[in-house]
Design a protein around this ligand. Structure first.
Ligand code: SF4
Length: 294
């Protein structure tokens, strides 16, 4: 198998078969991200892709889940994405394909084309929207707005493409977390992702956001503020959704499905918030600052 850059995937997809479709990220400008530093975006060689699928088929012919690796393979043209799906089907006929997409990757794909990609094998794509608060999106240079998120996710829904999202707490900075969560929930209440990963940012040395923190132009949210931010988001979200909040950055680990688990989860947050001590703050903050990648 060929892997020419770090493999980043959701925790829930860790057991998928990883096939390198792209290397790096087309954007590579989010101020908190160091995933693909030193790995300029490129499409993997088609011969390499076919060899990897052949090798995988020899060992795991009944693979049901392929994760197409890279920062945002959905940036590829519809023709190239279809080519990858067709090749995958040739060697692994039972497999469905998951991958990351940036909101911008959908701009030039119609609902009909996205539907064709879904029929060809793409399923469960993941959009790291991070937030739907325009102040946050602009500050961290995500390269799109809340309106873009709304429009493109509605297109996914029109196309019948199931999708998941990532919310990255802490990006709003000290004093702004709850308002940012409120704004994000207002957008998400107009959409129907079936799953959400709740994570919070670790500010990594070498990133622009880290430099802003050193300069004093960005003040990190406390761990307690992050808990309150998540609580606000959960409280305000209305549509049914599965939630995974058990990454190394999460103070309170849980998986749940809303609305049925909502009251139980909100109570967990209330308890954690009301009993959060200075020792807890110091412990979780030290743990976060020891991270070198998310
Ligand atoms: S967060 Fe995602 S879109 Fe932004 S630079 Fe990193 S990989 Fe690219």
């Amino acid at each position: 198998m060929h892997y020419n850059s770090p493999i980043v995937r959701p925790q829930t997809d860790a057991n998928d078969l990883f096939i390198e479709l792209t290397v790096g990220c087309t954007h590579n400008s989010c101020t908190f991200c160091n995933f693909y530093d030193g790995y300029p975006f490129r499409v993997a060689d088609w011969k390499q892709i076919e060899e990897d699928l052949q090798e995988a088929a020899a060992v795991y012919p009944h693979t049901t889940k392929v994760w197409a690796t890279g920062g945002n393979p959905f940036a590829l043209s519809v023709d190239n994405l279809k080519r990858f799906a067709d090749l995958t089907k040739e060697y692994l006929p039972e497999a469905r394909i998951g991958t990351y997409a940036r909101v911008n990757d959908l701009y030039h794909k119609s609902a009909e084309e996205i539907h064709i990609l879904h029929e060809a094998g793409y399923d469960n794509i993941v959009l790291g929207i991070e937030s739907a608060d325009d102040d946050v999106l602009s500050h961290v240079k995500k390269g799109y707005t809340a309106e873009d998120i709304l429009r493109e996710c509605k297109k996914l829904e029109e196309a019948g493409m199931p999708y998941r999202i990532i919310y990255l707490g802490g990006l709003a900075g000290a004093g702004n977390g709850e308002e940012s969560a409120r704004r994000t929930a207002a957008v998400l209440n107009q959409l129907h992702p079936y799953y959400m990963f709740l994570t919070t940012v670790a500010i990594l040395p070498g990133t622009k956001l880290h430099q802003e923190m050193l300069d004093g132009t960005f003040k990190e949210e406390t761990e307690l503020e992050r808990l309150k931010e998540f609580r606000r988001l959960i409280q305000d979200m209305k549509n049914p959704i599965g939630v995974f909040s058990a990454t190394s950055t999460d103070v309170l680990a849980f998986t749940a499905h809303f609305p049925e688990d909502k009251d139980k989860v909100l109570k967990k947050f209330d308890k954690a918030i009301s009993t959060f001590s200075a020792e807890d703050e110091a412990y979780f903050n030290a743990r976060r600052h020891a991270m070198r990648s998310v």
